[in-house]
Design a protein around this ligand. Structure first.
Ligand code: BYC
Length: 315
């Protein structure tokens, strides 16, 4: 009875667009859903550094190298804000990282594909960060305060990432025939996995209805995917590239594009751990974590020494 009353009061706060803060009462399922989504999001940022880091040493100019380096560093920062936001829900960062390393936690399907050419840096920035922006701008208004606030800065940075990617694609598409072919090949390989980033279709999405009612999600997976297609197809046309979908067609009546069927079997295989690079990605993360243990230990020792000094000074 008491729980029911608290739940009703909680839902009323959500309906009034009030932000929920860490010390507020919240249903256990709301807390769990947020831990799941925010930690998956944090893991995606951190694993998302790997496919691009692969190209930092091979960027074709100093300018490209500096921009890519800055982008990958931004992603590390996004991971840190998101782990911190997640910790406000009463879970330890070590537990979250352990869940990633043992394969219990998911991260975005998109980062399980290989980066084969320089054009993939363009395609990732343009399409993957473009899809991320589509999904994350509404999350600046998500109902949980620390997540919403973290997303504001993340989105500003994603906007720079998207532009640097599109500019790489534009340069290649306007370059030699070989460069244009490389850009087209990257678009061919990244288009469908980018559409899968939005998650299963609404009819197949187990969490959507409750997350929409709690205003964690503001738009459904299909709504966001459609908006992304409508925005991105003209961008491809503008630089003279072809979206690899024979069924893609402008629907005058609906005022949006119709597009072909997504290969959901591939999506489910990738999120089960059987994508082209899943094992490689987790192995790289575990190795980095183990090899970075001394840095974490040194940081803790330094913080303790500093705190001790401060207490001694105050005494
Ligand atoms: N990949 O009921 P659904 C970035 C899972 S990082 C893997 O629709 P929900 C970037 C889903 O977790 C991009 N798994 O779930 C970084 C659930 O499984 P569990 C990351 C996926 O949560 C570096 C099941 O499928 N962005 O932008 O309501 C460089 C059923 O799905 C995927 C975020 O994380 C997927 N694509 O909706 C560049 C944004 N899709 O947990 C860029 C925040 C679904 O029951 N997250 N699943 O085992 C969200 O907005 C939502 O969690 C989702 C899924 C729309 C992704």
């Amino acid at each position: 009875m008491e729980i029911k009353r608290l739940e009703d009061k909680f839902q009323k706060r959500i309906d009034r667009e009030e932000r929920i803060e860490p010390k507020d009462w919240m249903p256990e399922a709301y807390r769990k859903t947020l831990i799941r989504q925010i930690s998956q999001h944090a893991h995606s940022e951190v694993v998302g550094m790997l496919p691009e880091a692969n190209w930092i040493t091979r960027a074709p100019s100093l300018r490209r190298k500096a921009a890519l380096l800055a982008k990958v560093q931004d992603e590390a920062g996004h991971g840190l804000y998101l782990y911190s936001a997640c910790e406000t829900l009463g879970i330890k960062r070590e537990e979250l990282i352990d869940a990633l390393h043992t394969g219990k936690a998911k991260y975005s399907s998109i980062f399980n594909y290989p980066t084969l050419t320089w054009a993939d840096m363009g395609a990732i920035g343009w399409l993957v960060d473009g899809a991320a922006i589509q999904n994350q701008v509404p999350l600046c208004r998500t109902s949980y305060g620390p997540y919403a606030r973290a997303m504001i800065r993340v989105c500003k940075e994603e906007s720079f990432h998207q532009r640097q990617g599109y500019e790489i694609m534009m340069t290649l598409a306007r370059g030699t025939a070989d460069q244009k072919a490389m850009a087209q090949d990257a678009l061919n390989r990244w288009w469908w996995p980018s559409l899968m980033m939005f998650g299963p279709s609404d009819a197949e999405s187990p969490h959507s209805a409750q997350s929409m009612a709690w205003k964690i999600k503001r738009f459904s997976n299909d709504e966001l995917r459609q908006a992304f297609v409508d925005k991105t197809v003209p961008q491809a046309e503008f630089i003279g590239l072809t979206v690899p979908d024979p069924d893609l067609q402008w629907n005058e009546e609906k005022g949006q594009y119709d597009f072909g069927e997504i290969h959901w079997d591939e999506f489910y295989e990738v999120i089960k751990g059987n994508g082209p690079c899943n094992r490689e990605r987790i192995a790289a993360r575990v190795k980095a974590h183990e090899e970075g243990a001394w840095v974490r230990e040194a940081a803790v020792a330094y913080a303790e020494k500093k705190a001790k000094k401060n207490t001694e000074k105050a005494a």
